[in-house]
Design a protein around this ligand. Structure first.
Ligand code: PLP
Length: 411
């Protein structure tokens, strides 16, 4: 008899966006005439830029020739892309990494979920709250998170609340934690950490022998030149942090699939006997066993983002989305609502009016304005009483949504 991994049974039945889809479907069947606008799920809407399309066409043509055909590639990615990453994402920020510290992935979701395989099941885990659900669900799947209570809190997880009351700056834990997940710019709150604030985390990690998993999936949206794009901008971070990047939101790669993970060679974790084990070769071993690399086409497409044309085209699309963010911020503020984020991230985080719950507000706006947002509580207990709007719609959709929200709120 095969015994099931019962930790899976502790997971909430529905992934947040499936739950939203279910409620939207109920709305659609009862109100057939009404057109909906979604500012909910964080998927992009604008097409790939020309530099990326041209690179993909070229790579495709190459694959159709005897000389250019490629089969399995290196699991850790092609050097042409790893070199472009070092040269463009890190060297200009004074960060010197070795090419072997860069692992190309098929998007940050897989690696942020898989990375916990490197550590023992009984490590303690800390997360900022609210948070991208993948971090906790992947830990729950192997039993590290414990059990979930009615409020959605895992018993073995240290929650670090990020709310309007603390300016969305998480306080350092009041105890030792083995592993901490940080995501900046943050999904869902759209807030960022300054260099000084991030330095506190690196210093905490070095002092407490804590491993930081730093998700930088939205770094391309940072507008303020003083906000760090990478945790390695902080001295000492290469001894305590793994960093995840994604081209999904940077360049519209949600359907192409490519990103990368940095595992510094200086980074170690301990055995029970106290021996220090470098994590870089362990991750390579893990990837070589379970991953056959990101497609050549995707990697050539990603390389094109770093060409002069690619850079300016990608920048234009980011500016396009950030215009939506600023329109949403201004409008909601103008309506007297409390809004956060949206300045260095494509998400606007709003406190619900009159203390209504996240799901209540979601339903009210769905039926009142035919606009879909994401209930904040779906990202963790401290998200209760907030909702998230994404800036990833088209200008037309966003303007129409804004108009509907204004009309509905003023009624
Ligand atoms: N990390 C964060 C914080 C995200 O919000 C997302 C996607 O929404 C991802 C990682 C995953 O991105 P992808 O797997 O598309 O690279």
């Amino acid at each position: 008899m095969a015994l099931v991994n019962e930790h899976f049974l502790k997971l909430p039945g529905n992934y947040l966006f499936a739950d939203i889809a279910k409620r939207v479907n109920v709305f659609r069947t009862t109100r057939r005439q009404a057109g909906l606008i979604s500012l909910g799920i964080g998927d992009v809407t604008q097409p790939l830029c020309p530099a990326v399309i041209e690179a993909m066409h070229r790579a495709c043509d190459e694959m159709g020739t005897d000389e250019g055909f490629r089969g399995y590639g290196p699991e850790q990615g092609y050097d042409f892309l790893r070199e472009a990453i070092l040269k463009n994402d890190f060297l200009p920020r004074g960060i010197h990494l070795d090419i072997d510290e860069v692992f190309i992935n098929d998007g940050a979701k897989s690696d942020t979920g898989n990375i916990q395989e490197l550590i023992r099941w009984d490590n303690s885990v800390g997360v900022t709250d609210p948070i991208y659900p993948v971090y906790l669900d992947s830990n729950a799947m192997i039993g590290r998170a414990g059990t979930k209570d009615d409020e959605g809190r895992w018993s073995n997880v240290v929650y670090l609340p990020c709310t309007a009351e603390n300016g969305f700056v998480p306080a350092l834990p009041d105890r030792r934690v083995d592993v901490i997940y940080l995501c900046y710019p943050n999904n869902p709150t759209g807030t960022v950490l300054t260099k000084d604030e991030l330095r506190k985390w690196v210093n905490y990690a070095l002092k407490n022998d804590t491993l930081i998993f730093f998700d930088a999936a939205y770094e391309a949206y940072i507008q303020n030149p003083d906000i760090p794009h990478s945790i390695y901008e902080i001295r000492g971070a290469r001894k305590c942090a793994i960093e995840f990047h994604s081209y999904s939101k940077t360049a519209g790669f949600t359907g192409v699939r490519c990103g990368y993970t940095i595992v510094p060679k200086d980074l170690t974790a301990a055995t029970l006997q106290g021996e220090r084990i470098p994590l870089n070769p362990l991750w390579l071993r893990r990837q070589s066993t379970k991953f056959n690399g990101t497609s050549y086409l995707s990697q050539r497409a990603a390389e094109a983002i770093y060409t002069p044309e690619g850079k300016s085209q990608v920048k234009e699309t980011i500016a396009y989305y950030m215009q939506n963010a600023s329109r949403l911020l201004d409008t909601l503020r103008g309506l007297g609502l409390e809004v956060y984020g949206g300045e260095n991230a494509p998400y606007v985080w709003m406190r619900t009016p009159d203390g209504v719950s996240s799901w209540q507000f979601f339903e009210q706006m769905l039926y009142g304005a035919q606009v879909v947002c994401t209930p904040g509580v779906g990202f963790g207990p401290s998200g209760e009483g907030y909702v998230r709007f994404t800036a990833f719609g088209s200008h037309e959709q966003t303007e129409e949504a804004i108009e509907r929200i204004e009309k509905w709120m003023k009624r």
